[in-house]
Each structure stands twice: as structure tokens, then as C-alpha cells.
Design a binder for this molecule. Structure first.
Ligand SMILES: [Mn+2]
Length: 202
């Protein structure tokens, strides 16, 4: 898959290897929504493909994790690496909107997401699941994934389920709402000449 390397695109390439996971990632936040994702967890691939598509990010991710244990390390570590890639790709935050939010419906489900690229990590997660797994994906890992992203990217991230009963829909709506919120927060606004903060830095 071809990936832009021009300096006009905000990109990050990350590699991380531990005894639990071996991760290679390329992220272009000024992408077209193209992705090539192989984490070994089918539902997680599906969620990350949706994240790339609906945020107009290009994302290449290869993760070889210890799935013989469970999906925990794979999902958490992909969150850490994606968070670090987001932080690096965004760079100095000059001229970007900083805040983004989205109310995303998916059939019976409605999810609210709000992002502030504040430099201060904080996750507020308000959602519950009624089954332990969707495919090979452990539903309790959804919160861990977003926690890892919020800390590694140093962003304030709120995710709240307004309505929802189907676990697949709820999780998918979270990933898509996060994607759209992050897309908005990273978008340039020509009225913003420096960093959008009365402090002068984020
Ligand atoms: Mn789906």
C-alpha cells in the first residue's frame, strides 16, 4: 500500500517490540481512509478499519501478539502505539481546531465522543457491555484501548453511550465517533494563526 511521505502530510512511523507484542505502524492523519490492518483479532481489525475510514486517516498496522494468552496485550499495546503515533503526527498543534466531537448513531445505538488535544491525558468512559466477547475481542478491552490512547496521545477523551443494546454496534459506534472527533480536532482552521490556547501552548 502506497503511503505519502511528503512533509505536507502529518505522519508517524512506529515500531514497538516486547515479549508480548511486536507492532509496526504507519499513520497519516492527512490521509484518505485507507488501511491495511492485521492484529490477529478479526473484530479489532474491523474496528480499526472503521477508525481509519471515518477519520480519513491512512493506517498500516501489523501486530504479532501473544493471542495464545488472550487479546489483552494486543489491544492495549496497539492503543499505546496508536496514541504515540497520533501525538507525533500532530506535532506542534499550530493552526488546528484542537477540539472535536461527534454524536454517532448506529441503528439502535447512539454514542457521544469528545476530544481535546490538550496535552493533558484524561479518559472519561461511560459504557457497559452485556457480553464478554465479540468474536475473539474481549469487550472489557474497549476501555483499556481508549485509556491507552488518551494517555499516549496526551488527549482528553470522553466517550459516552447514550443508547445501545447490541455490543457490536456500541463498540463500532465508539470507534467511528472517536475517528470523526479526532478528524475534527486535527483539522486546520485558517483563522487560527498559532496554537489555540490562551496559555500559548498545549
Ligand atoms: Mn460492524
Amino acid at each position: 500500500m502506497e503511503m505519502a511521505s511528503s512533509t505536507k502530510f502529518r505522519t508517524s512511523k512506529k515500531e514497538r517490540k516486547t515479549k508480548e507484542t511486536d507492532i509496526h505502524m504507519f499513520l497519516n492523519i492527512d490521509g484518505m481512509g485507507k488501511s491495511k490492518i492485521d492484529t490477529g483479532v478479526g473484530f479489532f481489525n474491523h474496528m480499526l478499519e472503521g477508525f481509519a475510514k471515518h477519520g480519513f486517516f491512512d493506517l498500516n498496522l501489523q501486530c504479532n501478539g501473544d493471542l495464545d494468552v488472550d487479546s489483552h496485550h494486543t489491544i492495549e499495546d496497539c492503543g499505546i502505539v496508536l496514541g504515540k503515533a497520533i501525538k507525533e503526527a500532530i506535532g506542534d498543534k499550530k493552526g488546528i481546531k484542537r477540539f472535536g466531537s461527534c454524536m454517532l448513531p448506529m441503528d439502535e445505538t447512539l454514542v457521544l465522543c469528545a476530544v481535546d488535544l490538550s496535552g493533558r491525558p484524561y479518559l472519561v468512559f461511560d459504557g457497559e457491555f452485556t457480553i464478554p466477547k465479540v468474536g475473539d475481542f474481549d469487550t472489557e478491552m474497549v476501555k483499556e484501548f481508549f485509556y491507552a490512547i488518551s494517555y499516549a496521545a496526551e488527549m482528553n477523551l470522553h466517550i459516552k453511550v447514550i443508547h445501545g443494546s447490541n455490543n457490536h454496534h456500541i463498540i463500532e459506534a465508539m470507534f467511528k465517533a472517536f475517528a470523526r472527533s479526532l478528524d475534527e480536532a486535527t483539522t486546520y482552521d485558517e483563522r487560527i494563526t498559532g496554537i489555540l490556547s490562551t496559555k500559548g501552548s498545549l
